[in-house]
Write a protein that binds this ligand. Structure first.
Ligand code: FA5
Length: 364
């Protein structure tokens, strides 16, 4: 017989004791027949449903109907019963989900003795290989390494490097500008940096001489892609500022670096050039590492042009608060993509950026 709430006659302590004991006994028994979510829900509703649940029934049938003097006593008993019922409902729910999670654990068990999924390891990209190699050559000479933002202001990319506003020197590098900058002053307008030279200014703003730093990174120009051009390419910048730095320091440093990179037989020579931020400026050429008499790579000349360089134009020191009467320095900048192409005998720099695994695997 399923339990049903009895009517109380006398509301005496004995009658209450007996009724409560029967009720708790029924609660205990019914809770033991819970086997799954559905039987638990039925159980919970039967005991706690607001409308006609057993708790509601004892509230109405026992407490509300109790004569005034016994209300207090009956109220206490009803409360105890309520707490007990709620606790049993909660406990049975918990043990049910415990059983469920055990079932799930069993179903989802993993055999850890099986071999795992093999993930292939990547390898360093050839441009990064060359970049790392050059950085380590300069690190060995005591240079630090710095980086700067690829989205740059006109001020750092041009103005502070002595490219005057509206000067045709700006056309030397075809710039990719960020849209919607017209309302800003020219010097604050954003662009994709066309070279790593703006980091010279950023670095000198933050560091006092002596400065010796190399700055690798990505740069961007509005150049149509072909075998020797890419709209995104890589440069490494060098900067040394101290007292009494001379042009022969520049030549000696670059000559040593090129020998470290290409071998001790390599020679360097300088040819006059122009950059707004160096004075005097030079192009640096190295003897062809691939031949002694002339070949396809050096276009039969025996020499390869590798980088731009020069003495830091003293005008730059004014922008960063250095005293041009006290310090001097040199800077250089090298394109890494053409260098990597030359080093690995690749005839089109586009291959570096297509992400074709068959090409990249050769450098792994
Ligand atoms: C400069 O960018 C100067 N900032 C270098 C410099 C630094 C000079 C410090 C003096 C002192 P230039 O515009 O020549 O220089 O570019 C340098 C190198 O970038 C070139 O020699 C070339 O190797 C590479 N380069 C230029 N445009 C491209 C391109 N579209 N794709 C691939 N490489 C490029």
């Amino acid at each position: 017989m399923p339990y049903s709430v009895p009517k109380l006659e006398t509301y005496s302590a004995e009658e209450l004791d007996k009724a409560v004991a029967e009720l708790l006994n029924a609660l205990q028994q019914e809770s033991q027949s819970i086997s799954d979510e559905t039987t638990w829900t039925d159980f919970r509703n039967r005991w706690t449903a607001r409308k006609n649940g057993i708790l509601t029934q004892i509230n109405d049938g026992w407490l509300k109907a109790a004569p005034g003097p016994q209300k207090r006593e009956v109220g206490q008993r009803v409360n105890q019963v309520r707490q007990r019922v709620e606790a049993v409902v909660e406990e049975t729910k918990e043990s049910l989900s415990g059983a469920g999670s055990e079932k799930r654990l069993k179903a989802e068990a993993v055999d850890i003795t099986l071999p795992g999924t093999q993930r292939q390891l990547g390898a360093t990209h050839p441009i990064t290989l060359v970049m790392d190699e050059i950085v380590s050559v300069f690190k060995a000479m005591g240079y630090s390494v710095a980086e700067g933002p690829e989205i740059e202001t006109d001020y750092y990319n041009f103005e502070a490097l002595n490219f005057p506003l509206n000067h045709p020197a700006r056309d030397m590098q075809d710039t990719i500008f960020i849209a919607g900058q017209e309302k800003k002053q020219q010097r604050d307008r954003l662009l994709l940096r066309t070279h790593t030279s703006p980091v010279q200014i950023r670095y000198m703003e933050k560091h006092q001489p002596p400065v010796r730093v190399v700055i690798p990174g990505r740069v961007y120009r509005n150049d149509a892609p072909d075998a020797t051009h890419s709209p995104m390419f890589h440069q490494i910048e060098g900067l040394a500022v101290d007292t009494n730095i001379t042009f022969s320091d520049l030549k000696g440093t670059l000559d040593h670096a090129m020998k470290m990179l290409f071998g001790s037989r390599i020679k360097t020579k300088l040819r006059p050039s122009f950059f707004p931020f160096t004075e005097p400026s030079a192009e640096v050429l190295v003897t062809c590492p691939f031949c002694t008499k002339g070949c396809r790579v050096c276009k039969m000349s025996g020499w390869i042009e590798l980088l731009g360089a020069g003495m830091v134009d003293p005008a730059l020191y004014g922008y960063v608060g250095y005293d041009p009467a006290k310090v001097s320095g040199f800077a250089f900048g090298m394109g890494l993509d053409r260098l990597a192409a030359m080093k690995y005998g690749v005839d089109d720099i586009q291959l570096f950026f297509h992400g074709d695994v068959r090409f990249l695997r050769q450098f792994a």
